[in-house]
Design a protein around this ligand. Structure first.
Ligand code: TXA
Ligand code: MG
Length: 350
């Protein structure tokens, strides 16, 4: 493959002819990156095993890392699964379309390549208008991992997709920045109690308000990594090693600032993933800032995280420093999770 076509569309009112072109490419087994409300996905015909192999190759993704299958409507789930537990119907009614992925028993219609040979399948109905239009026009289930090269941060802009996959995929549908910025919550409904395998914008607290039994798989932990190979501890890595400072925010900020000073003195080019407060504490030091927004806004930080990591990579820093999430409530849990997965070293300050 050599030429990757980029189609610019309006986020809320994409032209039907543009959507038809992308849908047609997917139906014929092509690889098409498109925006979802979380991150850009790299779509492929989920029932076309050969096309699915092509996708793993384009991403450099190991074959043991299963894909999420996306559909436009709830009726599209039935052919993909052998059972629809009550809990799935309840959660679907409440959170779909939206950033929640459900793991259910896989039907034979789904090629084993999609699910890495597992007897379960991950499914979701995305809320982004362009994703919805594309899935509706294609009239097929679309398997879509995040549209990054394996182990690179997920793309929140079409430019990020181009950076990683230009010349390796057929098309990119560009509708500007995605909304949430971190990948969907993955909830396994084939186990009891249901387990959150990957935290996201549909938070543990929100899920428990509907299904009190829901539990979280151990953070960056072994059980989740075993059940879901894509959840290997180190997954969302920038090129420069990231050191994460966890614990009391003020103490973490002090420790981070001290290390920044040392690294600069040692002649290193230092990048910092910084909230506004962190940036103030670093004033006067020669650091490249990857901006995360206000200190106390998890939504903004999530939306900015991956772009900030990529900017620091582009700035060719030698090391990246970051402070961990200030807590585990709500979306902070997803942020903390992604920061830990991106890190090469973790410093606990307390
Ligand atoms: O927000 C998202 O979920 C984005 C957009 C494009 O929808 N997609 C995404 O896909 O993040 P990907 O492939 O980067 O991550 C899918 C995650 C992986 O960690 C994978 O291991 C897990 O979902 N997963 C997929 N199928 C599974 C299954 N059958 N059982 C357990 N985990 C599964
Ligand atoms: Mg991914």
């Amino acid at each position: 493959m050599s030429l990757t076509v980029v189609i610019q569309v309006d986020r809320d009112r994409p032209r039907p002819s543009d959507i038809a072109r992308a849908a047609d490419c997917l139906r014929r087994g092509g690889l098409v990156a498109f925006p979802t409300e979380t991150v850009y996905g790299l779509g492929v015909h989920a029932l076309d095993a050969e096309a699915v192999q092509k996708l793993f190759y384009a991403k450099g993704r190991p074959a043991n890392d299963p894909l999420i299958v996306h559909v436009a409507e709830f009726a599209g789930i039935a052919p993909l699964v052998t059972a629809m537990p009550d809990a799935a119907a309840t959660l679907a009614a409440r959170f779909w379309p939206g950033p929640l992925t459900l793991v259910l028993p896989r039907s034979r219609a789904v090629p084993p390549a999609v699910t890495a040979g597992l007897d379960t399948v991950a499914v979701r109905i995305p809320a982004h208008p362009v994703a919805h239009a594309l899935l509706t026009a294609a009239r097929i289930p679309i398997a879509a991992p995040s549209a990054n090269l394996f182990s690179r941060p997920s793309p929140t802009l079409a430019a990020h997709v181009l950076e990683d996959l230009n010349g390796r995929i057929d098309m990119i549908v560009d509708a500007g920045a995605t909304d949430v910025g971190v990948e969907s919550t993955v909830l396994d409904l084939t186990v009891s109690p249901p387990l959150v395998l990957r935290p996201g914008a549909i938070t543990l607290e929100i899920l428990q308000s509907v299904l009190p039994a829901v539990r979280i798989a151990s953070p960056s932990g072994e059980p989740a990594a075993m059940r879901s190979p894509g959840l290997l501890p180190k997954h969302y890595a920038p090129r420069a090693p990231l050191t994460l400072f966890q614990g009391d925010p003020a103490a973490a900020r002090n420790a981070m600032t001290a290390l920044a000073r040392h690294a600069i003195a040692a002649g290193q080019r230092v990048g910092v993933l910084a909230t506004a407060g962190d940036a103030r504490a670093l004033e006067g030091l020669q650091v490249v800032i990857g901006e995360l927004g206000p200190d106390d806004d998890a939504e903004v930080a999530a939306a900015k995280l991956y772009a900030a990591l990529r900017e620091l990579d582009t700035a060719q820093v030698d090391v990246i420093l970051a402070r961990g999430a200030p807590g585990d409530e709500g979306l902070w849990r997803a942020l903390g999770d992604r920061l830990r997965r991106a890190s090469a070293a973790i410093v606990d300050v307390d």
